[in-house]
Design a protein around this ligand. Structure first.
Ligand code: COA
Ligand code: AMP
Length: 626
């Protein structure tokens, strides 16, 4: 039996024993004696009697082991020209002071802290400071508009909101404070304090009674130690798009998460303790939580925090420059980032300028790794490229090529095999296990391994109904796909109303709510259509109310502006098409999937339940003439 098969079977046959063994890899205050206990909702909770602190594992533990002088975090910001290296000792000291600041503001264990910050070291410090005192952080991606922030504030009910005076995108400075003020004004829940980290590029006016200055508070703060936490205490809430307009607060616990992070660094990424790990993502996404902040630090690596883009900061050589400069061993990003590089540097000329000899492997996730991108990256970098599939809900890879155990042959289009601990099965509509190569619902048999969400924040029914009820005993991922005859997993895309735009997970249902609220719109559908660069882009199809007289271009402009204002620029909603009607089933369900297939020029089957087949040819004409 191969090393991978051996591990996989052990995790499958005795999960509790397997994960208790893995749990020995982290430094518990009180080690767990029990693997799983069912909670009051009947959900498996990992390591229920273990006590620990995630910030301790990420910082203090390494200092205690004499590794305080080792580089922990490298901040590289081409948009400001700044670079800064923090050793483990320095980062620990800074985090302890930020924890002191939070304590001075009255933040206690279990309180929520919303973090709306750009890619600066203070964002990482803020997360670890919360972890240190047992506060639950909820990071909101900086590209989201005030309304999105507001919805999250209302749901998480934070005591304090941490922000910075501005974010910096390609050639533009984005003041954050007005966005935060609007979000707080629109929210029924008001944080007691808004703490602003002032950046010289655009200092903010602290003109609200709740506003306080980060630098001034930290200067007065005393360092705080790590508090012991139960393994099942929440570390963070991270909101992610679901099928409705309201994002879901994915809850992550402390203990299971730490064990999975540590395990993944060796098993999936094959990282040595002193290695340099670079997840070119954003702390606002799960990839940033797990692989910019927690896993590399828990493992004792150097992590890179890059405030820039793969292109235009300043050129498509940015990734390779960072890899050379910091001797990166593992690079992890989304395929869209490499498509952006390929578009600007198709011959890979920028690559030749840099020495990539330390770079061992390139990992990709966030969306399907299309074979042409895989091929381009492989042939230009001459490095192994590994696609792995995961979700905010799990916090780490569900399927991957487990190179820390053994390197399995790569199959283009597949994220290789289920990681030990994840019993992935393909289920048919009737809940039966599908045959090899037969497409169906990608489901994971319970118990889920450590780190996977135990609930949706303050909405357990949503967890139950959205993930667990459809197939009893299984978690449904929301993705469709198949396992081939060799057990390789192929993820074929979402089967719900979620789309992936430039590796960012967005809800078309949410966009429909915004578009549908326009006074001229009777009904609408938003679908994700194929895009060469970003993977998918949203397209709105709108039916006007009777008697409305509006120029299609003007309406499109208004709808584009509205989505940008309500959801954010990151939604990339740029097109809305006026149509006479939308194809529907006889029961009135809009045939979004068929519309998408028509838009992408794919073959489609006319559903037997269609109300009027001629509506499809009308849509086809409208889409192809636009
Ligand atoms: N704060 C504020 N605005 C942001 C933002 C942030 N953190 N991130 C993106 N935006 C804005 C952009 O400025 C852009 O605004 P514009 O419409 O005014 O130009 C808009 O949101 C769309 O951004 P994006 O889709 O990122 O497009 P882009 O053209 O700026 O960059 C890529 C395209 C491919 C280079 C970029 O998306 C990328 O690097 N993706 C990597 C994927 C990734 O990190 N995924 C996370 C999971 S691994
Ligand atoms: P997020 O929760 O933002 O990480 O998005 C998770 C979703 O992104 C998954 O449900 C998939 O639809 C998609 N996804 C992530 N990684 C991959 C991958 N390697 N291949 C295909 N789809 C992916």
């Amino acid at each position: 039996m191969s090393a991978y098969e051996n591990e996989y079977r052990m995790a499958q046959s005795s999960p509790e024993q397997y994960w208790l063994e893995q749990a020995k890899q982290i430094d518990w205050f009180s080690a767990p004696t029990q693997g799983i206990r069912l909670d009051e909702n009947g959900i498996e909770r990992w390591f229920p009697d273990g006590e620990m602190n995630t910030a301790w594992l990420a910082l203090d533990y390494h200092c205690q082991q004499g590794r305080g002088a080792h580089q922990a975090l490298i901040y590289d910001s081409p948009v400001t020209g700044q670079k800064h290296v923090y050793t483990y000792q320095q980062l620990k000291d800074e985090v302890a002071l930020v924890a002191g600041m939070l304590t001075d503001l009255g933040v206690e264990k279990g309180d929520r802290v919303v973090i709306y910050m750009p890619m600066i070291p203070q964002a990482v410090m803020a997360m670890l400071a919360c972890a240190r005192i047992g506060a639950i952080h909820s990071v909101v991606f900086g590209g989201f508009a005030p309304n999105e922030l507001s919805v999250r504030i209302e749901d998480a009910e934070p005591k304090v909101l941490l922000t910075a005076s501005c974010g910096i995108e390609i050639n533009k400075v984005l003041p954050y404070k007005p966005l935060v003020d609007k979000a707080v004004m629109d929210s029924r829940w008001k944080p007691e304090q808004v703490v602003v980290f002032q950046r010289p590029q655009c200092p903010a006016e602290l003109d609200q009674p709740r506003d306080v200055d980060w630098q001034q508070l930290v200067a007065k703060a005393s360092p705080q130690d790590c508090v012991p936490l139960n393994a099942t205490d929440p570390l963070y809430i991270l909101y992610t798009s679901g099928t409705t307009g309201k994002p879901k607060g994915v809850v992550r616990d402390n203990g299971g998460h730490a064990v999975a992070m540590k395990y993944s660094m060796s098993t999936i990424y094959n990282m040595p303790q002193n290695g340099v790990f670079w997840a070119a993502s954003d702390v606002g996404w799960v990839v940033g939580h797990s692989y910019i902040v927690y896993a590399p630090l828990i493992h004792g690596c150097t992590s890179i925090l890059f405030e820039g883009k793969p292109v235009k900061t300043p050129d498509p050589g940015a990734f390779w420059r960072v890899c050379e400069e910091y001797k990166v061993n593992v690079l992890f990003s989304a395929p869209t980032a490499f498509r952006a590089i390929k578009k600007e540097d198709p011959q890979g000329l920028c690559l030749d300028v840099y020495d990539l000899s330390t770079l061992e492997t390139i990992f990709m996730a966030g969306e399907r790794l299309d074979p042409p991108t895989l091929e381009w990256v492989q042939s230009n970098t001459h490095k192994p490229v590994i696609d792995h599939w995961w979700q905010t809900e799990t916090g780490w890879a569900i399927s991957a090529n487990p190179i820390g155990l053994e390197t399995l042959p790569v199959k283009a289009g597949s994220s290789t095999k289920p990681v030990p601990g994840y019993q992935v099965e393909i289920l048919t509509e009737a809940g039966e296990v599908a045959a090899p190569n037969q497409q169906g619902f990608v489901a994971i048999k319970r118990p889920l391994p450590p780190s996977c969400l135990p609930t949706v924040w303050r909405n357990h029914d949503r967890f139950q109904s959205g993930y667990l009820s459809q197939f009893p005993g299984y978690y449904v991922s929301g993705d469709g796909g198949y396992l081939d005859q060799d057990g390789y997993l192929f993820i074929m895309g979402r089967i719900d109303d979620v789309i992936n735009v430039a590796g960012h997970r967005l809800s078309t249902g949410e966009m429909e709510e915004v578009v549908g609220a326009h006074p001229a719109v009777a009904e609408c559908a938003v679908i994700g259509i194929h895009d060469e660069l970003k993977g998918q882009l949203p397209l709105g199809l709108v039916v006007l109310k009777d008697g409305v007289d509006v120029e299609a271009l003007q309406l499109e402009g208004e709808l584009v502006g509205k989505v940008r204002e309500e959801i954010g620029a990151v939604a990339c909603f740029k097109h809305a098409l006026v149509v006479d009607r939308l194809p529907k089933t006889r029961s009135g369900k809009i045939l979004r999937r068929v519309i998408r297939q028509i838009a992408d020029g794919e073959e489609y089957v006319v559903p037997s339940t269609i109300d009027d087949p001629s509506s499809l040819s009308e849509i086809e004409k409208a889409l192809h003439s636009s």
